[in-house]
Design a protein around this ligand. Structure first.
Ligand SMILES: [Fe+2]
Length: 290
């Protein structure tokens, strides 16, 4: 870390978060309870809650530097995927959403490559932050992933890279923008486009055909924190100009999450001994972290 005037041991909460606007240090305050209530309302209404300026402007340069430094180490993946994050099957007609693929091109840097004294690691491990996010999601508690790679990752998208319309496998994602692209890179999402037990393929097809009327757009800025429930809300990131970096905070309701060997190798290009040990012991989860 180079730009903040704090010692690495200081919690990022005290030094880089606007505690007047986001009083995570006062968990029982009316102000924080109001924030939690607003986030819950937004999540219920649209599956998305955005906390603008969560990391205050004085720390933005340091935040961008943290991910700029590790971005060259991103493992890049290019795939054609359907909205259901698979490669499509022959069982469907050629214009069916189950067969419609889009180009997914992006990359990830694993937690073990991120500096231990970084702002983002400090936020990730802060108990008050975890408690706050859990409350926004109406969960009792959240735990950091045990996964040494997937726990905290930098999503790196460079010139021309994009995420096509898709649903996530995981229930929710917590992210922080650390570098805003020079252009493009807009996050679009269609709230509750599908429902449990009802894929609503006609509506999905309409969006794939260019009808963007169900879509909301979010123009994220550096320092904005986003909580997003992507299992039912189809979403995309439009092609990026320049570079777009976001940090994804990996939390789960149960402690001990660690990704499976195969999916980790596909997503990150490598695995650690912890992944091999977990798989050998029969305790792993192949759910996708990002
Ligand atoms: Fe996604």
């Amino acid at each position: 870390m180079t730009s903040t005037q704090t010692s690495p041991a200081d919690s990022a909460l005290e030094t880089v978060i606007d505690l007047d606007a986001f009083p995570l240090d006062r968990p029982d305050s009316a102000e924080l309870l109001d924030l939690i209530a607003a986030a819950r309302r937004d999540l219920a209404a649209s599956g998305c809650a955005c906390l603008r300026g969560f990391v205050q402007a004085t720390a933005h340069a340091a935040l961008s530097e943290e991910t700029d430094r590790v971005a060259p180490a991103a493992f890049k993946n290019t795939q054609h995927i359907t909205p259901y994050a698979d490669f499509g099957g022959d069982d469907w007609s050629s214009d069916h959403p189950r067969r419609r693929t889009g180009l997914m091109t992006n990359g990830f840097v694993g937690k073990d490559l991120i500096d231990d004294d970084s702002i983002v690691k400090s936020i990730y491990s802060d108990e008050r932050f975890k408690t706050f996010i859990a409350a926004c999601l109406s969960l009792d508690e959240l735990h950091e992933f045990a996964d040494p790679i997937r726990g905290l990752v930098v999503n790196v998208m460079d010139d021309g890279e994009q995420m096509p319309w898709h649903y996530d496998a995981n229930e929710f994602i917590v992210s922080l923008m650390t570098r805003r692209p020079e252009g493009g890179g807009r996050f679009d999402y269609c709230p509750d486009l599908r429902q449990p037990g009802d894929e609503r393929y006609d509506e999905v097809k309409n969006v794939l055909d260019g009808d963007e009327s169900p879509a909301h757009s979010l123009d994220l800025q550096v320092g904005d924190l986003q909580i997003f429930k992507g299992r039912y809300s189809m979403h995309r990131v439009t092609p990026v100009e320049g570079s777009r970096h976001t940090v994804l905070f990996g939390y789960s309701e149960m402690p001990g999450y660690i990704g499976g060997v195969e999916s980790t190798r596909i997503g990150y290009g490598r695995v650690t001994q912890a992944h091999l040990d977990a798989e050998a012991a029969g305790r792993h989860d192949d759910g996708l972290a990002g």
